[in-house]
Ligand binder design. Sequence first.
Ligand code: GDP
Length: 281
Amino acid sequence: MAFGFFKNIIQKFTGKPVDWDELEEMLIRADLGVPMTMKILKALQERQNVTANDVVEVAREEIQKVLPLDNPPLRPFPAKPKVILMVGVNGTGKTTSTAKLAWYLKSKRHTVMLAAADTFRAAAIEQLGVWAERIGVEMIKGQYNADPAALCYDAYASADRKNVEFLICDTAGRLHTKHNLMAELNKVKRIFAKHDEQAPHEVWIVVDATTGSNALQQAREFHQAIGLTGVIVTKLDGSGKGGTVIAIQNELGLPTRFIGTGEKLEQLEPFDGRKFLEQLL
Ligand code: GDP
């Protein structure tokens, strides 16, 4: 949803009857997803003489019903290390978000270790290594093509030994087939249970807000295959399309935990439902 999206609706429909087809198209184009669009239209159709202000009011009410307003970005697990598994297709900003998250946690005085578990892309290992050095956190890496599950197992042991609070694992976004990728990610996910039954404590998918319905589809596929606990939505600075946050929450019940608002380390923010809603207005 383009920020300021509601303003567009007001401009479009002020002083004239609401054109239902046009409104439906606007809501779909804002990446809210078909079910959320239908919810809004249905609630509106229960009103008489619908005005532009009614549209905004109802859309806001319906979005507020599904969007958690006071969710903490990190759930309070007592475990140490807490493991965050970062998944998602290449190009969404997964490696950058992994680095940004390490930076964010470090700035909150937590100790962090990174695991470069995308062992199929030498460039990804290198890229994360550069970030790790800049941030000043340790990164565990293996040989190119090493078994990512074994690497994660070792990384956990190392984080545990060093009393590190957070272990963030960057994983592969692409293998020869989607089936292979999901099997590999499931293997990585299961390996942690040998150390701690509750680990990984979080499995977050990174999606690119500018890809709209593709982002929703990726979240759906990863959630079905490996089970997710949250989402990081990147590139909200670009086109400013945020409807995908609402569609993923509405259709998959997955909360957005952080948002990416630029390429720099500090451009990752905990998701704030209230602020997000305000920005839509
Ligand atoms: P990966 O393949 O998913 O690991 O993606 P990368 O982390 O390499 O990121 C792909 C590109 O997206 C890079 O050029 C990043 O700088 C850029 N990027 C990542 N997050 C954001 C964001 O929040 N905003 C913007 N504008 N660019 C981003």
